[in-house]
Design a protein around this ligand. Structure first.
Ligand code: NAP
Ligand code: GLV
Length: 309
């Protein structure tokens, strides 16, 4: 029984050796050297090429090397009926919590203005409001969003969250469904996107949404590039409707050198590093999930494909 791994070239040997150690009962191979195709039963993948997974006629399960599964679902020839497991884990939530706290605090304490003042040798003192007067809104209250909302609330922020279904989270004001979006946006000064990419959420960060935020709001997109309409953000920044943006994810990655985000004074680009899977911890979690799947046990990280995320 073969397990194939598809991951970026920089870390594929590491993954191959790690997964071979963790799952010695399987023949673990890289995507480009899968051996007999009919022996492949398990695939552990990040961004498999379109039509790539259908070459394995006996594939039983696909494990995403990532919390999102959009990079798998976008394959128009994805074999039907094959279950998908996604990545979760303390290391992923911890890293995302750090990233979101870092960038919310950066906007809250007006760090971009201080960074701008430093080369000018300007002593730009200002008193910022305390965190309990700063309204932060998290779009998506799943594994990552709910954890970030709780952490920001502990830091003292006035936190709200928006999800598809109704949620109760201590210290967090919650909104849900399309009907809850306007009220959520109206009270959000720093917006964090942690939604999955689905047909409902594609392009959700657009002019209409920006215009429903208070003037001068900031946004942080750590979810997917396709959530954002790039030109709408550039326009909202030019109008000062949005005052700053931290972007970790992009339509094309790496972000092309000519993209205006690179040079925009109000945009901070980070190279999809908000919460990269740790091959050690992530590999152990993937191996444990596959073992449970093979034993016919419940796999908590199994995706409910009827929801699409
Ligand atoms: P998750 O557990 O599946 O949570 C998704 C949340 O979004 C849930 O609260 C869900 O609502 C909500 N949601 C889904 N569709 C919605 C809609 N149409 N309207 C309103 N809310 C909606 O996902 P996660 O593990 O937190 O991860 C979120 C995303 O983060 C991933 O899909 C991935 O794109 C991104 N990510 C990025 C990085 C990075 O390094 N930049 C790392 C990891 C993940 P319900 O609670 O009602 O289901
Ligand atoms: C990374 O973007 C992930 O989905 O885990």
């Amino acid at each position: 029984m073969t397990l194939v791994i598809r991951v970026g070239p920089a870390r594929q040997t590491w993954w191959l050796e790690h997964m071979t150690t963790l799952l010695p009962e399987l023949d673990v191979r890289l995507w480009d050297d899968p051996g007999p195709l009919e022996a492949v039963k398990y695939a552990v993948v990040w961004k498999p090429p379109a039509g790539g997974l259908k070459q394995f006629p006996n594939l039983e399960v696909i494990h995403s090397i990532g919390a999102g599964i959009d990079h798998i679902l976008e394959d128009p020839e994805l074999p039907a009926g094959v279950p998908i497991i996604r990545a979760t884990g303390d290391d992923l939530t911890q890293r995302m919590r750090e990233y979101v706290a870092l960038h919310v605090l950066r906007f809250h304490r007006n760090l971009p203005a201080l960074e701008e003042a430093m080369p000018l040798r300007e002593w730009r003192q200002s008193v910022n409001p305390p965190a309990y007067e700063r309204k932060v809104g998290i779009m998506g209250l799943g594994n990552l969003g709910a954890d970030c909302a709780k952490a920001l609330s502990v830091l003292g922020f006035d936190v709200a969250g928006w999800s598809r279904s109704e949620k109760t989270i201590d210290g967090v004001t919650t909104f849900h469904a399309p009907e809850g979006l306007d009220a959520f946006l109206a009270r959000t000064e720093i917006l964090v996107c942690l939604l999955p990419l689905t047909e409902e959420t594609r392009g959700i960060l657009n002019t209409s949404l920006f215009d429903r935020l208070p003037k001068g709001a900031s946004i942080i997109n750590a979810a997917r590039g396709q959530h954002l309409v790039d030109d709408d953000l550039l326009d909202a920044l030019a109008r000062n409707q949005i005052d700053g943006a931290t972007l970790d994810v992009f339509h094309t990655e790496p972000l092309p050198a000519k993209h205006p985000f690179w040079e925009h004074p109000k945009v901070l680009v980070t190279p999809h590093v908000a919460s990269l899977i740790d091959p050690d911890a992530g590999g152990k979690r993937i191996a444990a999930n596959l073992r449970r799947f093979i034993a016919g046990e419940d796999v908590p990280d199994m995706v409910d494909l009827s929801r699409g995320y």
